[in-house]
Design a protein around this ligand. Structure first.
Ligand code: NAD
Length: 494
């Protein structure tokens, strides 16, 4: 049985008898597929030390050399993305084409980072005062830690490390222990692309690894993505030890459908964004806010489409795969129990399915959900879609703004004025207008509001460059002996 171990200073770290191990499951079969080493404090410290040692030389490596390595990485990734997608599917369970989509989104950030020279240009002012010039520059922060969730084992790390590395930092990645193999595959690709050893390290593990990162004086920044309670914990403890921290948390994304919307388009979007990746996406739609006058028709269209979805092993290219673990599947099923008990109308019951093995649940649709029910208040992170009916537009906006999460949202309408008002008034970080999942492209930045983000910096794009660099302003005066300056012994023309 394969054991996934850490990658420190350009090589695999062998496990020994004392290494703590966790199981890696195949969610489609429900069987153990491998094991992952769970790092001790000492192992994490050695990864941090390796990054700290590699940092100065990498910081001082020319931009053209850094960029060349990023281009190499991009080419290798593009050529071999199928391999990575299959690794993701084997451990996460998502459909292979969806895993390929995940890699493509990560690749966009690599491509953004290939143009880092442009992003790092500073400003220059000549003669700010007489013969005094001022210029600004941005420098890397140092050792940058990334702690990522299970649901995008390749894409989420790629939200951060291309920009961190391109700006001259050295990275320690702590991926989710549930699907750890993608990170090691990526580490080997960096080596092949020519990245010096120690600039990209991977440690696998759990709370012990995370706490070691948060407490280490050598770690300058932490980029975290995961559930809201852990995001808050990482933000509070990381900043308490003086680090800069961006911690992206959970979500409860609403899709508002106005009466003038194209209901077929809206129903397609609800099904894709609600059940894609079994709802295990931070940008999944989990609540459809339907204006009462079209709610019956919309629910009918969503149900009709959902019934046609094929659920199965992600390697066989169905519409939806299993959930990541048995515990998570059971937790999501528990929410379905609670929704039924609280009086919501269960239109489609995902607990009824034909899979005898693996962590499957079929898509579930609830109608007449009210904001006090746990299926509304809590992040379910599974294939469960809740329809909340509202009398009109104002009540819809009020509902969404009262929700403690603010990651993503979508509105379906053909009224430009209504969409414009939504864009202005909704308290959410990423907004889709007649599109199901509003994930920004690599040259914009990704992040939510409220309980979906702790810290003030979003991932990648310009904000990512800002996060991984610190500003300096230089004020200089160079005396010119030929024009009445100090005579410093320079040759003059006279
Ligand atoms: P999680 O919070 O359980 O784990 C995230 C990371 O934190 C993992 O690396 C894990 O090992 C570590 N961790 C877990 N428990 C810890 C603890 N007690 N102390 C310290 N570290 C701990 O999240 P998950 O289940 O892997 O991922 C799903 C969550 O991530 C969902 O809530 C989802 O909304 C969120 N997510 C958010 C975004 C976003 O952009 N906002 C993107 C993807 C996922």
């Amino acid at each position: 049985m394969p054991t996934v171990s850490h990658w420190i200073n350009g090589q695999d770290v062998p496990t020994d008898a004392g290494t703590r191990l966790g199981d890696i499951m195949n969610p489609a079969t429900g069987r153990v597929a491998g094991q992952v080493a769970l790092a001790s404090r000492a192992t994490v410290e050695s990864a941090i030390a390796s990054a700290a040692e590699a940092f100065p030389a990498w910081r001082d490596t020319s931009l053209s050399r850094r960029t060349a390595i990023l281009f190499n990485f991009r080419e290798l990734l593009n050529a071999r993305k199928q391999e990575l997608a299959e690794i993701i599917t084997a451990e996460h369970g998502k459909v292979v084409s969806d895993a390929l989509g995940e890699v493509a989104r990560g690749q966009e950030v690599v491509e953004f980072a290939c143009g880092i020279a442009h992003q790092l240009k500073g400003g220059h002012t000549q003669n700010a005062s007489t013969k005094i010039d001022v210029h600004s520059l941005r420098q890397p922060v140092g050792v940058s830690a990334i702690i990522s969730p299970f649901n995008f084992p390749a894409m989420v790390p790629m939200w951060f490390f291309p920009v961190a590395i391109a700006t001259g930092n050295a990275v320690v990645l702590k991926p989710s222990e549930k699907d750890p193999s993608a990170a090691n595959w990526i580490a080997e690709l960096w080596k092949e692309a020519g990245l010096p050893d120690g600039v990209f390290n991977v440690v696998h593990g759990d709370k012990e690894a995370v706490d070691t990162i948060l407490e280490s004086p050598e770690v300058a920044s932490v980029s975290f993505v995961g559930s809201t309670p852990i995001a808050k914990y990482v933000y509070e403890n990381g900043t308490a030890t003086g680090k800069r921290v961006q911690a992206l948390g959970g979500a409860k994304n609403h899709m508002m459908v106005l009466p003038d919307a194209d209901l077929d388009l809206a129903a397609d979007a609800a099904v894709n964004a609600g059940y894609g990746a079994a709802g295990e996406r931070c940008m999944a739609i989990s609540v459809v806010v339907a204006v009462e006058s079209i709610a019956d028709e919309l629910v009918g269209k969503i149900a009709e489409r959902t019934r046609t979805l094929r659920i199965g092993d992600g390697t066989t290219e169905p519409d939806m795969g299993p959930l990541v673990t048995e515990a998570h599947r059971d937790k999501v099923a528990g929410y379905i129990d609670a929704g039924e008990e609280s009086g919501a109308t269960l239109v489609l019951d995902g607990r009824e399915h034909e899979h005898s093995e693996g962590f499957f649940l079929n898509p579930t649709l609830f109608d007449h959900v009210t904001p006090d029910m746990s299926i509304y208040t809590e992040e379910i992170f599974g294939p469960v879609l809740a329809v909340v009916r509202v009398p009109g537009y104002d009540e819809g906006i009020e509902l969404i703004n009262a929700n403690p999460y603010g990651n993503g949202t979508a509105i379906f309408t053909n009224d430009g004025g209504a969409a414009r008002r939504y864009e202005n008034e909704i308290e959410v970080g990423m907004i889709g207008i007649n599109v199901p999942i509003p994930v920004p492209v690599g040259y914009y930045s990704f992040g939510g509001w409220k309980n979906s983000l702790f810290g003030d910096t979003h991932a990648y794009g310009e904000e990512g460059v800002h996060f991984f660099t610190r500003g300096k302003v230089v004020t200089s005066r160079w005396l010119d002996p030929s024009h009445g300056g100090l005579n410093l012994g320079f040759p003059t023309n006279d």
